[in-house]
Design a protein around this ligand. Structure first.
Ligand code: MN
Length: 204
């Protein structure tokens, strides 16, 4: 089996004006596609040739194989990011809303924490909402790092790499974060992930 470039879950112009079609075309059609190709090139003919993406990530992490880990983890993170956005208005389930209120005081409190950590993160990476032992927190990871190599279950993510926003907001990462947080985060997807015992799986 080879790892596939999963299709976007919506048309490439669906997130505009917050995230433009021009951004999605290159972000999905060049960046994400490039990571998928590097994974498939690296596993071809080897002992991971038939493994699913989650097992490839775990094996690469365990063997400190950055050449495989980086594109594999980036492939997973991008799939999760596409699903973390939705042009339709969504809202958290009752149980997720309770957990949000317990951890952040309110939905607004969570959104402010997401914005603050996304702005404060230095250079490339990701800002995540995760649940760990039932409690929610916002964390960031550097470069290709992903929560699924640890014990936290990711609920939502925003890509902090400049390629995620440079065509739309140039150097202004805060403006991009604000647009995504206010308009695009998929609280239905977050609720599904919160209800899962194990992390979301990349589509095969
Ligand atoms: Mn990206």
């Amino acid at each position: 089996m080879t790892i596939s470039l999963m299709p976007l879950p919506y048309p490439a112009d669906a997130l505009a004006p917050h995230v433009s079609k021009a951004t999605l075309d290159v972000h999905h059609g060049a960046h994400h596609k490039g990571y998928v190709k590097k994974v498939n090139d690296a596993i071809a003919g080897g002992k991971l040739a038939d493994a699913d993406l989650e097992n490839i990530i775990a094996a690469a992490k365990n063997s400190s194989d950055a050449k495989l880990f980086n594109p594999a983890s980036q492939t997973w993170n991008h799939g999760f990011y596409w699903f973390s956005m939705n042009p339709e208005k969504t809202s958290p389930s009752a149980s997720l809303a309770d957990a949000i209120n317990a951890a952040f005081g309110s939905q607004d409190g969570l959104e402010k924490e997401f914005q603050a950590q996304g702005e404060a993160h230095f250079a490339s990476g990701w800002v995540w909402l995760v649940s760990e032992a039932g409690a929610l927190k916002v964390i960031t990871t550097h470069d290709a790092e992903t929560p699924i190599t640890g014990t936290a279950n990711p609920l939502l993510v925003i890509d902090l790499w400049e390629h995620a926003h440079y065509l739309d907001t140039q150097n202004e990462r805060p403006k991009y974060l604000k647009a995504v947080i206010a308009n695009l985060l998929d609280w239905g997807f977050a609720s599904e992930n919160f209800a899962r015992a194990t992390a979301w799986k990349y589509p095969s």
